[in-house]
Design a protein around this ligand. Sequence first.
Ligand code: FES
Length: 156
Amino acid sequence: MVDQVVMDGILGAYHYDAVNLLQILLKVQSVESENYISEEVASYVADRLGISLSRVYEVVTYFAALSHKPQGKHVIQICNTTVCKLNGFNEVLGWFREALNINAGETTSDGLFTLKLTPCIGACDISPAIKIGHKVYGNLNQEKVGSILSELRGTM
Ligand code: FES
């Protein structure tokens, strides 16, 4: 689990207020070595905020940016909603699957990348689009996908 001092620092920064639950969980996940909300962490957050564990899991399972399973350092969220489906979602998914040798929902053996599908990320005007962390990439083609992966691997 993330160090309790770190956890309390994050919770304190959000005033131990459950209104900030999503932001708290995003921050905690970002400092977790396996990039997810473990059961232990979920229980700690619930306890410290005075809310139920099921409330924490409602948020963790609802938002695509959160995970209750270990994930890679970089989570590649591929939009599979209508506009992106019409503009090349299948090709984009195929390029990432081929380049990383994993399917959606899986993590590369080096722990660097996880592929996920996500509902609309609000970038329909540049579809097909993906989101990695807070950054959105659009108008994707195979070359761009290769560049993104090289950049994230630090080989560019
Ligand atoms: S449908 Fe893909 S970004 Fe909106």
